[in-house]
Design a protein around this ligand. Structure first.
Ligand code: NAD
Ligand code: DAU
Length: 360
């Protein structure tokens, strides 16, 4: 079974590849296609780079020739499409790259997979599937009062250039399913946290800043709510939808773990303080005094909350890691992987490709 994973050098993609290699071992082959933007880091996959079942290809998903070549050279059974520009704040500053990668890149992938998998009569070869990894942000914003949730039937109402580009990519996948009966699923997941997340996102940014004794910037009143899921549970959900999800269906993935941003920030501070050894000089700086309320994000969605009923009922998925355990494991991972964090923040990780693959 050969998987084409796009964006596998990023946060969720690299966790997914680890999860799949551990679960299936030699029974699968993974081809990881990644452009290695600032968010792509091959150090995330250092431990498996020489595994015979793993191949890295540096390519842009917008490059139709490069993607077509992969489909010609390899008999791809499954596509798991993570590659995207993923950070809302960056999309507010520079929307066009989001449109290019998230919309055009998805269109290129769909077209290449369709050409490779289509029979002369317009049907598709047995066993092929394209899983499009998307976000709950396409549904917009919920009221503060806990009365509503995002269901698969909730109308799309994206607000940021990021979520609008992801919504557009979902619509393209839907168009291929509706028009050609292209074998696909869409998953819409809530906020992920865990190892290998780039320290521009809330949790790793707060860990990194707390360790450096820098301000912890909380947007607006800090009461926006996000629904947090441990990244390995997302990887498990994607695998289960690939295996057991009904073709042409959308599945929401989330673990009913809604928290206000300010409570996350306080918990991160407490956990970092607890896990740092007493003799570590950084420990004395870690306190709630570092919290600084700053200008709100433009168009900031108030609350996200996934209703995961469908994936639980139809696919049998449920999360394994409770938040209290997951946040501890995450902070511990960042403390134990100080070098990874330093390489990422200094930009040194960008040199890894040249050292490892530069001669190819
Ligand atoms: P990330 O930014 O950490 O990783 C994105 C990866 O895609 C990087 O390795 C990057 O190099 C690669 N990439 C970017 N542009 C590319 C291009 N043009 N061609 C090839 N590769 C390219 O993102 P993430 O947080 O791991 O998110 C992965 C996917 O999951 C995205 O589609 C995102 O929308 C979705 N998602 C993320 C979350 C979350 O909480 N992080 C939640 C739900 C859904
Ligand atoms: O819901 C799924 C989405 O979650 C994914 O689709 C996105 O790819 C992913 O980046 C994430 O988007 P968010 O915008 O929710 O994540 P972020 O970590 O950027 O912010 C989480 C919340 O914390 C949000 O309400 C903004 C706030 N925030 C964020 C940062 C970086 C702060 O208050 N201060 C900060 O410095």
């Amino acid at each position: 079974m050969t998987y084409l994973v796009t964006g596998g050098a990023g946060f969720i993609g690299s966790n997914y590849i680890h999860y799949m290699m551990k679960k299936y071992g030699d029974a699968i082959r993974i081809i990881n296609v990644d452009k290695l933007t600032y968010a792509g880091n091959l150090e995330n996959l250092k431990d498996i780079e020489n595994n015979p079942g793993y191949l890295f290809v540096k390519a842009d998903i917008c490059d139709a020739e490069a993607i077509e070549k992969i489909f010609k050279e390899e008999d791809i059974d499954k596509v798991v499409h993570f590659a995207a520009e993923s950070h809302v704040d960056r999309s507010i500053k520079d929307p066009l790259v989001f449109v290019k990668t998230n919309v055009v890149g998805t269109a290129v992938l769909l077209e290449c997979a369709k050409s490779a998998w289509e029979n002369p009569d317009g049907s598709f070869k047995e066993g092929k599937k394209f899983l499009h990894v998307s976000t709950d942000e396409v549904y917009g914003s919920l009221p503060d009062d806990d009365s509503a949730f995002f269901y698969e039937t909730t109308p799309y109402d994206p607000h940021s250039p990021y979520s609008a580009s992801k919504a557009s990519s979902d619509m393209l996948v839907k168009a291929y399913m509706d028009t050609y009966k292209f074998p696909a699923n869409i998953t819409n997941c809530s906020n992920n946290y865990g190892p290998y997340q780039f320290p521009e996102k809330l949790i790793p940014l707060m860990i990194n800043n707390a360790l450096a004794g820098r301000d912890l910037p909380v947007y607006g009143d800090g009461k926006n709510v996000r629904d947090w899921l441990y990244v390995e549970d997302h990887a498990k959900g994607i695998d289960m939808v690939m295996e057991n999800g009904k073709l042409f269906e959308t599945y929401n993935i989330g673990g009913h773990n809604e928290m206000k941003n300010i409570d996350i920030v306080k918990l991160v501070i407490k956990t970092v303080k607890e896990l740092l050894p007493d003799e570590d000089p950084r420990k004395k700086n870690v306190s709630e005094d570092l919290i600084k309320y700053v200008e709100d994000r433009k168009g900031h969605d108030r609350r996200y909350a996934i209703a995961p009923d469908k994936i639980k009922k139809e696919v049998g998925w449920q999360p394994d890691t409770m938040f209290a355990e997951g946040i501890r494991a995450t902070v511990k991972w960042y403390l134990e992987n100080d070098k990874w964090l330093k390489n990422v923040t200094s930009g040194d990780y960008m040199k890894y490709y040249d050292g490892m693959y530069g001669n190819r």
